[in-house]
Design a protein around this ligand. Sequence first.
Ligand SMILES: [Zn+2]
Length: 381
Amino acid sequence: MDLPISVRTNLISGQGSLAEAADVADGRVFLVTDPGIVAAGHVARLEALFRAKGTPCQRFDAVTENPDEADVQACVAAFEAAFGDEKPEWIVALGGGSSIDVAKGCSMLVASGGRMRDYIGHKTTRKPQLPVLAIPTTAGTGSEVQSFALITNSDTGRKMACGGEAPAVAILDPDLTRSQPPFVAACAGLDTLAHAVETAVTKARTEASVQYAREACRLVERNFETSLRRPEDVAARSAMLRASAAAGIAIENSMLGAAHSMANPLTRQFGVVHGQAVGQLLPFVVRFNAEDSAAAAAYAELAYDAGVAEHTDPIPVAVNKLIVRLSELVAIAGFERTFANVPASAIEALATEAAEQWTAQFNPRHVDVHAFRALFAQVTA
Ligand SMILES: [Zn+2]
């Protein structure tokens, strides 16, 4: 069934749009962020906006990378302690995907109770949640437009996609992504690219979600390199934020594929940063999936649309050009040797865990342990 796309988050974008935060979140604000964002000065700017408006604001600024259930519980405890007897009316997330995911998780737990592991899957919370205003400082995970919070199980170390409500509003201000360290910008940009390429071909894709995937792909193709080489270029950074949100909307409707299934065990077992992992896996996964003729046609459309291939190119040529371009973008990010420290002896465990990932079922070509074994052997060769 080709349902119309759901876009649940109101987007406010443009340079200086952070100034609108205090108009959006106009009641007691509970701010969720991390120490790096405090150090970058963004928290002080946002708090000054709330102060100027007379909006009370209290904060939790201890979010860590790849947040787990304990991070969300700590955030919930700070939420419960904020404002005494009165409760916060807005949760504002300022930061990367980790801060936004913790804020969404906090909103889920204060409404419905329990632990994050109780909410694995689609829309499992039952009670209305407090509205979240998401303000990304990286471009990006697309978490600002998604209903899923990615939280690690504190016992097993595995990532869980926990389904609640998407942020009510997201502010996409390129002034905030200027402070991304180059490595973070490169990882986040490749993550967006992987979201765009995977959502364009998944089994769950719809006509509408493919349009968002293609828009994201076009924007990354034209702006990723510039945003890395000239981080002062506001237009390029703005385009990357829009790409991240567009790809996030596509994920909400299309889910993801094998590159994401393979990235999670690499992150958990070897500490490889998510964006770096999915970026480097992508050309291999595209080559594997393109054995399926429908997937190959979808990749070719993506390549024509992004200007990576000529419209006159036959499908196999267009797919090949897409693979070459993806590899180039990985090289531009400086990540060609990401898996050098992964030994051949680890392939079996990696393949087993990849096959258990939720995202594997949406990959356009059937993937099982056997297929993942072969793919991991290729990428670590
Ligand atoms: Zn991702």
